[in-house]
Structures are given as C-alpha cells and as structure tokens.
Design a protein around this ligand. Structure first.
Ligand SMILES: C[S@@+](CC[C@H](N)C(=O)[O-])C[C@H]1O[C@@H](n2cnc3c(N)ncnc32)[C@H](O)[C@@H]1O
Length: 257
C-alpha cells in the first residue's frame, strides 16, 4: 500500500483547462474532451453552468471560486488543494474561465505545481477579450480604426487606486480592453480623458458575454459609467474602449439573431 507521503506513490497530474467566456460551443476540442472524461474537476466561479453540465455526473466537482462578499478559497488554499489532490494520486481537471493565462492566475497555479514537482498541462481557452468582443460585434483591430489592442485589469486592490500607466493607455489608435473594470470604471474613464483620450471615444460594457444572458451598453468614454450604472450591469462585465466600438451596431450579429 502507498500513501501520499510515500516517495514511491504515484502522483496525479493537473490539467489547467480554459473554458472560454461562457458559450459551450466556444470550448476547444481538447477542453471538451477533457471535461467530458474528467473524474475530478476543480472549477472557478466564471465557468458557466452550461459548461459544468458537460462534466460526467459521477465525477467529483469542487468549487474554488471567489465571489464579492463571500469567501470560498483563497489563491493559496486553491494551490494547496491542487497539490494535495495530485499528491493523493488523482488527476485533476482545473477548469478556469476564459484562458488560464490571461488574468486567470493559471500561471501562479502552474508555477506552484512545478515548484512542488507536480506534472501539469495547460489548455488555452478563448479569452473574454476575443470572445466577448466578437459576440458584441466589436473587432479588436480594424484597418483605419485600431492598429493594436491592449488588455489591462481594472481590479482594485483593497481600495487602493489603480496602478496603471495612464499616459500610455490614452492612445486613440489602440483598443483598450479592461478586465474586471466595472467597479473602477468611473476612475478609469476620468484618468483616460485626463491622459488625452477624447471624451467622445466610443466605449462598451458587455455583461455575461457569449451567453443567452449577454447585455451590451454602448456609449462613449464620458458617458459609459453613467449608462452602465443605470443599466445595473454586474460582473462579469468586459469594458472595451476605442474607435472599433463604433462598428458594434452594424456588426451586432449575436443580439440580432
Ligand atoms: C478574473 S478575470 C478572468 C479572465 C479570464 N481568464 C479570461 O481569459 O477571459 C474575470 C473578468 O473577465 C471578464 N469576463 C470573463 N468572462 C466574461 C463574460 N462572459 N462576459 C463579460 N466579461 C467577462 C470580466 O471583466 C471579468 O471581470
């Protein structure tokens, strides 16, 4: 018999799997295969119910997500959980919203596993910037409107001001995608305007993108905060700022269906 502390014991492997932004049809073939054959899944809050429904009913499911005002597992508790499960010899599917390596702490988990001698793999997923923008009719780049795109986080740490380089973000030829940016939207908009981005720059907030619950608010940099507030948008919401947002009505294929 072997135990978790026995050096001869078989270690499990952890596969960090990106679940995409919500629509199960946006799973990669590899993600769908791994989810459909999983025996043990540790999943985050952002993984949609439609995707969780693809897990075999007899597989064990552990929720590791965080929700505003409600405590589940801290990042270090999640790391320890993955390590404990792998050391007990079980293979784990670690299911994360979007792409594990884009604002998903997947790299922190992978580093922790690597440093503790646990084998891991990573399956990329469609990140919100790509999936949610596309389902909102917004191309991230478009000839004549945007020559590039930047992804930043608007997440506020314990009430501290956002630590972003506003002077480099106020570029009218670059699309700005803000993850976790709803709470700090008022401050972000003011800082971007102060950095020189025109107040009438088109801007969008998209809640629950790619799902049947998707809602879009299309406004300008100056009006987006008030409009999003009036619409009572909640996380997960993606903010997209830039001239490409001006195409969103003509390219609105998803809501128009
Ligand atoms: C912790 S980050 C995780 C990002 C994820 N790893 C990815 O690649 O999309 C969570 C943020 O992603 C954005 N997000 C993720 N899924 C979304 C969705 N379906 N609709 C709108 N925003 C989404 C929101 O800004 C949300 O606050």
């Amino acid at each position: 018999m072997t135990t978790a502390n026995d050096p001869a014991a078989k270690l499990g492997k952890v596969t960090l799997v990106g679940a995409g932004p919500g629509d199960p049809d946006l799973l990669t073939v590899k993600a769908a295969r791994l989810i459909g054959s999983a025996r043990l899944v540790v999943y985050d809050r952002l993984v949609s119910a439609e995707i969780l429904a693809l897990i075999p009913p007899d597989a064990e499911q552990i929720f590791a997500g965080k929700e505003c005002g409600r405590h589940y597992l801290t990042q270090s508790e999640t790391n320890d959980l993955l390590l404990r499960l792998a050391r007990s010899g079980r293979d784990v599917v670690r299911l994360k919203g979007g792409d594990p390596f884009v604002f998903g702490r997947g790299s922190e988990e992978a580093l922790f596993l690597a440093r503790n001698g646990i084998a891991f793999e990573v399956v990329p997923g469609i990140s919100a910037a790509a999936g949610v923008s596309t389902y909102a009719g917004i191309p991230l780049t478009h000839r004549g409107l945007a020559t590039g795109a930047r992804f930043v986080t608007g997440h506020l740490r314990e009430g501290k001001p956002l630590d972003l380089h506003w002077d480099t973000l106020g570029d009218p030829d670059t699309t700005l995608v803000i993850y976790m940016g709803l709470q700090s939207l008022k401050e972000t908009s003011a800082e971007l305007i102060a950095a020189g981005l025109p107040p009438d720059t088109p801007a969008a907030a998209i809640e629950n993108g790619t799902t049947p619950r998707q809602r879009r608010v299309i406004a300008t940099l100056e009006t987006l905060y008030d409009r999003a507030h009036a619409a009572e948008l909640h996380p997960p919401t993606l903010i997209v700022i830039g001239k490409v947002v001006s195409l969103s009505d003509e390219l609105d294929w998803f809501d128009a269906r």
